[in-house]
Ligand binder design. Structure first.
Ligand code: ADP
Ligand code: TRP
Length: 326
């Protein structure tokens, strides 16, 4: 992991509850694949979560859960550093420095801030300057590539803007990171066909209970086309979700049966549930093993934080020197 010439990959995920199929295909699956291609850093964004989670026990519990789930999903701590955001507190210093060049207008244009206000979150300074903290998260590791879902694209663009401003002002300090968005899974639909999100309550969790997961899959919203009539696969949430889990042949077979008519949405939903349940089965097994070893998670997080701190310290000395703090 010490070779500085390797591509550096970074992503973060908020510990705001359980992980769903949108998180998995939008971000985690790519992040897990990328751990084999370079030096990867993945963190659990507890500083960010403070903008919405107000219960300290809930925050601690959620951080652990996300760590367990990410590892169960395939993150390999021998290849990627997994750590808690707040174990690298230097990132808050960099946030301050970046905020001194961050134009108000840039932050005022952030979609995520407007969305959050629309959902009833209080307009705090923290919520408003969230993209500056996110820029610091990325720049403090000299990240090359940031695997995320499409909704985070604007944040990466803002990160590039802020890095560019710093470089203009103080000389070449930062690399400009690239977002890595999987075109096939950029927006995974939820039960109602909108973007799957915890905050819309339309999520299917990757490690949900069997009964609950089945119930949620069976509640996917459909139109009222009768059983015998042909159906449009491309417009169907069931088909879109099935395509994430099934093989090419299975996908083609379902597409044909949509076109032919004679199969009801209920039957397609059952097939989707079976595929989804089977897909996550090895990960559920791994999750049980991880949970059985009480010290495993703590050890992984401590080790990850140590590695992340080494890089962050280096970058921060460069930044402090460049701006005149040292
Ligand atoms: P949520 O919207 O449920 O709160 P987060 O904002 O915590 O999810 O997202 C964590 C990561 O998962 C981000 O990289 C985000 O882009 C990705 N992601 C979340 N929902 C989806 C989705 N429906 N489709 C694709 N990617 C998603
Ligand atoms: N803002 C991201 C989200 O809500 C989480 C995040 C925080 C992140 N810092 C990051 C993602 C840095 C990528 C890189 O999902």
């Amino acid at each position: 992991m010490a070779d500085n010439k390797r591509m550096r990959i970074l992503s973060g995920i908020q510990p705001s509850g359980v992980l769903h199929v949108g998180n998995y295909f939008g971000m985690m699956k790519q992040a897990i694949a990328l751990q084999n291609e370079g030096e990867a850093f993945y963190f659990i964004a507890d500083y960010h979560a403070l903008t919405s989670v107000r219960d300290p026990d809930v925050l601690r519990e959620n951080v652990r859960r996300v760590a367990v789930d990410f590892l169960a999903a395939g993150l390999d701590p021998e290849r990627a550093a997994l750590f808690k955001h707040s174990d690298v507190p230097q990132v808050t210093e960099l946030t301050w420095i970046l905020s001194t060049v961050a134009p108000m207008g840039l932050l005022e244009r952030a979609h995520s801030y407007k969305d959050k206000l629309a959902r009833g979150l209080a307009p705090t300074v923290g919520l408003f300057s969230y993209p500056v903290l996110m820029a610091a998260d990325i720049l403090i590791y000299d990240s090359d590539v940031v695997p995320v879902g499409k909704d985070q694209k604007q944040h990466i663009e803002m990160t590039r803007d802020l890095a560019g401003k710093m470089n203009e002002q103080f000389g070449q300090i930062f690399k400009l990171p690239e977002p890595r968005i999987n075109p096939e899974t950029q927006v995974v639909p939820g039960l109602d066909g909108q973007k799957m999100s915890k905050s819309y309550g339309n999520n299917i969790d990757i490690f949900g209970e069997e009964k609950e997961t089945r119930k949620r899959v069976m509640s996917i919203v459909t139109d009222s086309t009768p059983v015998e009539a042909p159906k449009d696969a491309t417009k169907s949430t069931i088909f879109q979700l099935y395509s994430l889990f099934a093989s090419k042949n299975e996908i083609e077979s379902m597409r044909e049966r949509f076109k032919k008519g004679g199969t009801g949405y209920g039957d397609f939903k059952k097939e989707l549930f079976e595929k989804l349940w089977e897909y996550f089965s090895p990960m559920r097994k791994r999750r049980k093993e991880i949970l059985a070893d009480k010290l495993y998670i703590d050890n992984v997080l401590v080790r990850g934080a140590k590695h992340a701190n080494e890089i962050a310290d280096d970058v921060m000395s460069r930044v402090r020197a460049a701006v005149g703090l040292r």
